[in-house]
Design a protein around this ligand. Structure first.
Ligand code: DLL
Length: 440
């Protein structure tokens, strides 16, 4: 892997600022943002009044804790455009969240919001070592999902060249990657694994491809997965984090020189970590739910939006902005099996430790009698082959996986070792959990 890290001189001034300078900018912007929300969004005017707070109550950044939270349900209830803080005629684009249940939530952007977004994607790309003139293969889905179009405009803004293929059409993705020789790929980690598998099936050597960096996000992935992807493609694999309610991809991203968690672009999105049970703000370093207040958004500002993502805030390294520890899952994805909390990413971590298994997996939840059960569906690594897998019980990957999950996570699960290809392949965000329990 080549060293592609940017020089300090290539960064924006705020990326080279001190933490004090950053805090003072945030403080000024936060005051303005609270006034803006109060004065322009009927939703926030009412919310603040109900909570008996006024934007003037914020003197220090910590005073933000006085203000009420915003939750996904607030956005749902205001469907479609009840959270707007500008006239609809000032918006130039709408997106929708990828939620599968209930009404979608609609996100709106002014020209200024789209500009901000493109500029932040430029920051993410630069942090990943992408430069003007480079070619970027964009496999994030286009359309209502913020992934495709969100990064698209940032790639153009940087002066790089985008291949806007979106998700799916795996054979065509491979043709274009092979022939156009992009330097970077932007894609969900699970879809990249799908592409990797098809590459190998067709006799390509992924290491020999032109790719030098993958900018991967939109779903949880583990450190083990990073090693697997970096090894297979001989490229840097970096995390990019974001969510539609805040702006989309590019709320933060990892720097290629440190690869130690996404730096949050907190000059635009002010982060807090709270105890998800009590709502109390937790000190940096403690694990809890990530909450954001947008500092510069126009069409749809949010104040203390609860992301449901569980992580911790860590001090900045390559940049003055704080980092988040890799998001292991949303509190909504957490499963409880006989009293033990489990995230799909913990299962992924174990699947990747077992030799002879492919990295694809899906979890099925079922009920047997009155007991909740969990089945982890996996398949053999095609390079090793179905036959070799069951040589002896001691080397049987299913037995090993079952034992490791018991030892490391503390739960008893069933393992189904299917045929190669039996686990559904991702085209974008992977569906990790299938609930087969009867809905009451
Ligand atoms: O997934 C935006 C995005 C697109 C981010 C492309 C990165 C790349 P939503 O569909 O609203 O937006 O889903 C947001 O996805 O709250 C997290 O739970 C999860 N997520 C996003 N990025 C990461 C990541 C986009 N890097 C939700 N690691 C978020 C773990 C992630 N989870």
């Amino acid at each position: 892997m080549r060293d592609i890290a940017p020089a300090k001189s290539e960064l924006e001034p705020i990326e080279n600022a001190s933490v004090d300078e950053l805090r003072s900018l945030q403080s000024e912007r936060l005051k303005r943002a609270l006034h803006y929300a109060f004065e322009n969004s009927p939703f926030y005017k009412k919310r603040f009044e109900e909570a008996q707070v006024h934007p003037d109550d914020l003197v220090n950044l910590d005073d933000l804790a006085l203000f009420p939270f915003t939750v996904k349900e607030d956005l749902r209830r205001s469907y479609p455009l009840g959270m707007l803080a500008t006239d609809r005629s000032r918006t130039v684009r709408l997106h929708s969240s990828s939620g599968t249940t209930g009404k979608p939530t609609i996100m709106a952007y002014t020209r200024g919001d789209i500009d901000l977004w493109a500029n932040l994607i430029v920051r993410c790309l630069r942090a990943a070592g992408v430069r003007p003139g480079d070619l970027v293969h964009n496999s994030y889905g286009y359309g209502l999902f913020t992934g495709g179009l969100g990064v698209h405009y940032g790639i153009e803004r940087l002066g790089a060249c985008v291949v806007p293929i979106g998700g799916g059409q795996t054979a065509k993705q491979i043709t274009l990657i092979t022939d156009l020789k992009p330097k970077a790929i932007m894609v969900t980690p699970s879809y990249l694994l799908n592409i990797l598998e098809v590459l190998r099936e067709n006799g390509h050597d992924p290491e020999a491809l032109s790719l030098e960096v993958g900018i991967l996000g939109a779903e949880p992935w583990t450190a083990k997965m990073r090693r697997e992807i970096e090894g297979a493609f001989d490229m840097h694999a970096l995390d990019i984090y974001g969510l539609s309610e805040i702006i989309g991809p590019g709320v933060g991203s990892e720097c290629v020189e440190t690869k130690d968690g996404s730096h949050l672009w907190e000059d635009h999105f002010y982060p807090e970590i709270i105890d998800p049970e009590t709502g109390k703000v937790l000190p940096d370093g403690q694990e809890g739910e990530l909450v954001f207040t947008t500092l510069t958004k126009e069409a749809m500002p949010v104040v203390r939006y609860r992301t449901r993502d569980i992580t911790r805030l860590l001090p900045g390294t390559a940049r003055p902005m704080r980092r988040i520890e890799r998001v292991t899952g949303r509190s909504d994805d957490m499963m409880i099996l006989r009293g033990v909390n489990v995230y799909p990413s913990q299962i992924e971590e174990q699947v990747l430790t077992v030799e002879g298994l492919a990295p694809h997996f899906q979890i099925e939840r079922f009920v047997e009698g009155r007991m909740d059960g969990m089945r982890v569906c996996v398949e053999p690594d095609p390079a090793i082959g179905q036959g070799a897998v069951k040589a002896s019980p001691a080397s049987d990957p299913a037995t090993i996986l079952k034992r490791r999950i018991k030892e490391m996570i503390g739960i008893n699960v069933e393992i189904r070792l299917g045929e190669v290809g039996s686990v559904p392949r991702s085209q974008g965000k992977a569906v990790r959990v299938v609930d087969l329990r009867e809905k009451k």
